[in-house]
Every structure is written in structure tokens, then in C-alpha cells.
Design a protein around this ligand. Sequence first.
Ligand SMILES: CSCCC(=O)/C(O)=C/O
Ligand SMILES: [Fe+2]
Length: 191
Amino acid sequence: MVRAWYMNDTNEDQRLEHQLSPPKFLSLDDLFTTAGILYWKLDPKNYDSKLEEIKKERGYNYMDVIQISPDKLHNYEEKIKMFFAEHLHSDEEIRFVTEGSGYFDARDNEDKWVRIEVTPGDLIILPAGIYHRFTLDSKNYIRVIRLFVGEPVWTPHTRPADNMEVRIKYKEQQNAGFVNHNSQMKTGLVN
Ligand SMILES: CSCCC(=O)/C(O)=C/O
Ligand SMILES: [Fe+2]
């Protein structure tokens, strides 16, 4: 089960957990309700057919692999800084973790940081227009499959980007309430 929690705002190393004291965790339902984040758990050793199913269902026709670690990623320091600067994208951010681990941080509906720990088998979808960032944890390695509809656009729009159409649309959806995929997952309708 993926772990997600509200973050403290200390200036410690970004790779640490940054839990509140006492910790305050969020469920999959909470992640969806507060931020529209979708999540699937796949078998990290045997994921081909399930991944194909999700790709087909959601129209993902682009796929590549990124490995993030000091020795595997070109311009590592620069990229790590870029990933951790708060930003949004004009499209969904779809990431499937096959090795290693890391943290996606996203803003909830009260603009608080939520930290989502990802490990092998976790497929996460951050909706278009959500403010977020990414960091490795202290193990310093992750291998991720990136998915996209059509030609990928990775451009990060750093905060503030409140006047972008995609941000306005995201906020409208958030205020109206999202249709809950993650609770269907628990009942076995989606897995
Ligand atoms: C873990 S995938 C690389 C990070 C990335 O693409 C991104 O946009 C983070 O927000
Ligand atoms: Fe991003």
C-alpha cells in the first residue's frame, strides 16, 4: 500500500521523510478527493498485461524509461533541482516505478504539501495543472516508466502559474469534486 503523509516545513535534506509529529497519513481516497491523484498497484515483476490495459484504457501511446541517480542521469544535479522546483504541466504526469524509490510531493486543496512515497509497482497519475515536485529519497535511485498521450511535453511551468488555462481548469475540477477512481480500486473494480 502506497504511503502518503502531510509534510513538515523544516529545511532539512529534501530526501528525508519530512513527517509531521505526530505523523498524519492520507489514504488513496484522500489523495483523490483532495488533489485528483490516481494510483494503481501493479506487480513490479510481471506488469506487462496490466500496463497494456491501462495504456489502452487511457490512450497512452508514448512510453520511455528514465533512471535517476548521480551516475545514470546526464546533468544530474541540474535535473534534480529542476524536478524539486514546484511546478505544473499542461498534461498529466504518469509515472510507473519499476526499481528504486522516491517521493512525489503535491499540493492538497488547502495548498498543503502531501508527500507520496513511490516504490516498485506504483503507478501514479498527477493531473494536469496540479502543483507538484519530485525528489529521490536517501537511497538515491529510481527507475521509472513515463507514459504520455501523443508526443510528450515535459515542460515544467514553475509556480506561480495560476493564470494558465490548465491550472484554472484543475481548480474548477477540484472545487466541483473528482469522480472517485481510488475507492473503486479498493472494491476490486479497478486494480
Ligand atoms: C520521477 S520522473 C522525473 C521527474 C519528472 O518528470 C517530473 O515532472 C517531476 O515532477
Ligand atoms: Fe512534474
